[in-house]
Design a protein around this ligand. Structure first.
Ligand code: NAD
Ligand code: DAU
Length: 350
């Protein structure tokens, strides 16, 4: 592939996307990175302040479902590759408003595939469409076992169904039109710039503000947590060295019950805020379970490890402490993203 590739990164103003944009802009000064993002409630250019004036970085506000606009961008920039992260990403919102997820995740992905395919027709050399997806497409595990790349799809929420559908469209474009694609399915990320509707940043924010900590059901559900920079690093490696037409699972080898994470966060925050041990944990409140709540996700990332040598770099306790420190130092960011619409969402959800 060319050294001076122009890459469209969709969803670059979001949580994971901003970490991917930063990595590519700083590590590959010879690439031109175009961040294409609609700036929904989840997109925030403040996430990219440190790279916004880099000479190899450009931002384009655009909706991935907008056929005319995305076509124009392909003409203007002559993209060599797409790394597609733009999505509606929150399961609870998908239960409230499923069609928004069908629109962005299904129609938006198909629109990008359609336009990339047409733009690159008969000249696929050096081209790549990299689709970033989730382990939730595999459904829910019991106490045993792991998701591998061969696990059949079994999505159970509107979010995971929309992501599963987008994965199928990506593979359909590969098999039908020969589009060079790669797909990865990752477990739960955490780290800086994580929107405070998701478990870890929501709990940090509520502990800090002495608000109830809403644990769904009995808090027995298990997730496999990965530091967001480790995900970005995996995307970098797969983008450059992964095999076209293949999918790779990415995971933290780091399973935690929700209730144990909440307790761990409470004890970290007690120390940071100078509270007596056990004080923050008094805020824990068990609330109505999420409908269709998947019990357990656990990723087998052996393929990525054996083929491309990737493994997570950070211990969870260290990553979590770093994350808490980031939120305590960036209360201005939290205030900004929790103003306006967030209050309405929070009231409807809890
Ligand atoms: P996020 O919600 O933080 O960010 C999504 C970004 O996409 C935002 O910047 C938003 O403005 C943008 N966007 C939404 N709709 C758009 C549209 N129609 N057109 C253009 N831009 C639009 O999401 P995230 O957590 O960073 O997730 C990024 C990707 O990674 C998603 O595809 C998600 O499914 C996947 N993923 C997330 C996790 C996780 O733990 N967060 C794990 C595995 C996979
Ligand atoms: O597995 C990857 C997925 O991880 C990504 O594809 C999604 O985009 C991402 O949002 C995340 O989905 P989850 O549903 O696992 O994440 P969430 O942070 O919403 O919830 C984590 C667990 O915590 C889940 O079992 C539900 C529970 N939970 C969540 C919230 C927000 C609570 O108990 N209370 C809460 O208030």
């Amino acid at each position: 592939a060319k050294d001076n590739r122009t890459i469209m990164i969709t969803g670059g103003a979001g949580f994971i996307g901003s970490h991917v944009v930063r990595l590519f802009v700083t590590k590959y000064p010879h690439y031109r990175i175009v961040n294409v993002d609609a700036l929904t409630y989840a997109g925030n250019l403040a996430n990219l302040k440190d790279v916004q004036s880099a000479p190899n970085y450009t931002f384009e506000k655009a909706d991935i479902t907008d056929e005319t606009r995305i076509k124009e961008l392909f003409v203007q920039y002559q993209f060599d590759a797409v790394i597609h992260l733009a999505a509606e990403s929150h399961v609870d919102r998908s239960i409230m408003d499923p069609l928004a997820f069908v629109r962005t995740n299904v129609l938006g992905t198909a629109n990008l595939l359609h336009i990339a395919g047409a733009a690159w027709k008969n000249d696929y050399a050096g081209k790549l469409f990299y689709h970033v997806s989730t382990d939730e497409v595999y459904g829910s595990l019991g106490a045993e076992g792991f998701f591998t790349e061969e696990t059949p799809y079994d999505p159970r929420s509107p979010y995971s169904a929309s992501k599963a559908s987008s994965d199928h469209f990506v593979m359909a474009w590969h098999h039908t039109y020969g589009l060079p694609v790669i797909l990865s399915n990752c477990s739960n990320n955490y780290g800086s710039n994580h929107f405070p509707e998701k478990l870890i940043p929501l709990m940090i924010n509520n502990i800090l503000n002495n608000k109830p900590l809403p644990v769904y059901g009995k808090g027995e559900n298990v997730r496999d947590w990965l530091f967001v920079d480790d995900h970005a690093r995996a995307i970098d490696i797969i983008f450059h060295s992964g095999r076209v037409g293949e999918k790779y699972n990415i995971g933290g080898f780091n399973e935690w019950k929700n209730i144990d994470i909440v307790h761990l966060l409470c004890s970290i925050m007690d120390k940071k805020l100078g509270r007596t041990p056990g004080e923050s944990a008094k805020l824990i409140t068990f609330v109505k379970d999420r409908p269709g709540h998947d019990l357990r996700y656990a990723i087998d990332a052996t393929k990525l490890n054996k083929e491309l040598g990737w493994k997570p770099s950070l211990q969870f306790a260290e990553g979590l402490e770093k994350t808490v420190d980031w939120y305590l130092a960036h209360q201005d960011w939290v205030k900004e993203v929790t103003s306006g619409d967030y209050q309405k969402y929070y009231t409807e959800q809890y």
